[in-house]
Design a protein around this ligand. Structure first.
Ligand code: DON
Length: 307
């Protein structure tokens, strides 16, 4: 079994290897310095078996793939009512870094875009946590999803923070509407640390498998969040996880998913498998070009379309 799945993954990588299209995320200087040739894919089954091919142990920053997990932590810590009062669940149809706030209330449309993710970050832990404690809780929560302690890439973190004008502007808007209660700069600082957590494709597959296993980490056996939280998270990934490409993704791949600008991409099939790919060149939506192509192959070859 091991070699059959690994051979399949190796062959799938071979089909996309020559594709040099797309470009590195230029708005974070440190990400623009990444190796564009990296390519890897991993499957983590809900029984804990992990299969991988290519660059599955190369570390890169999680970026927006942190968003569904931090949304899960916010729901677990504050409850659905409090979180839904501050972050909606509607696709924005806009790019991830647009303001996309509901007219009138100022509530971000969903937790997968930056506005909603910055808000979700601020909702982790109890009300009285200070910014540094909240960020520690976020990183501990991401580590529980991965089943091992994760750390922050300080150079990516400071590189993004030095160019965070757009996220700071969004956070100030959120503060003016009373959606954020805390200092906007401190929240953005914590959100950017969250995005700078280092993972491998293997880690991401296990994190996705924890979603697929309804909140149980298949490696550590730890229950990270409840089944009802996971249901909410997978629904939002299905409708909003691929931003303004969510419709194309739903029809062509049909798996709840989330992408990140460092080139990671995850998909979770409930009860079955967590899938992760890594390839840094991005399309115009900020999604990995070869990652999307790999997921199209996986979905087609194995009939994984569930949406
Ligand atoms: O806030 C940002 O812009 C980045 N830290 C994360 C954006 C991202 O990963 C978008 N996804 N494809």
């Amino acid at each position: 079994m091991l070699s059959v799945v690994t051979d399949y993954l190796t062959e799938a990588l071979g089909h996309v290897e020559e594709d040099r299209s797309g470009s590195l995320a230029g708005y974070i200087p440190e990400l623009a310095a990444a190796d564009p040739h990296c390519l890897g894919a991993a499957f983590a089954m809900v029984d804990g078996t992990v299969y991988g091919a290519g660059d599955v142990d190369t570390a890169f920053t999680i970026q927006s793939i942190s968003k569904p997990f931090v949304y899960a932590l916010a729901l677990a810590d504050r409850g659905f009512e409090e979180v839904l009062a501050k972050v909606g669940v509607e696709p924005s149809g806009e790019a991830f870094n647009q303001i996309s706030l509901e007219p009138g209330s100022g509530r971000p449309l969903n937790p997968m875009i930056n506005a909603g993710a910055i808000t979700a970050h601020s909702l982790v832990g109890s009300h009285d946590l200070d910014a540094a404690e909240r960020t520690r809780r976020v990183i501990a929560g991401l580590s529980a999803f991965a089943g091992r302690p994760l750390s922050v890439d300080e150079s990516v973190c400071s590189s993004e923070m030095a160019h965070a004008h757009r996220n700071l502007a969004i956070a100030h808007m959120l503060r003016s509407y009373g959606i954020l209660d805390d200092d906007p700069r401190a929240v953005v600082d914590g959100y950017i640390r969250q995005c700078s957590v280092l993972v491998t494709a293997r880690d991401l597959a296990i994190m996705a498998a924890t979603l697929a296993d309804h909140g149980l980490n298949p490696l550590s056996g730890e229950r990270v969040v409840s089944e009802s939280v996971i249901r909410q998270v997978l629904s939002v990934m299905a409708t909003c996880g691929m931003y303004d490409a969510a419709g194309d993704w739903a029809t062509q791949v049909g798996i709840p998913a989330k992408s990140g600008v460092a080139g990671g991409l995850i998909g979770a099939l409930p009860g079955q498998v967590g899938i992760a790919t890594f390839s840094p060149r991005l399309d115009a939506h900020g999604n990995s070009v070869r990652g999307v192509a790999l997921f199209e192959q996986f979905s087609g070859d194995m009939g994984l379309h569930v949406m």
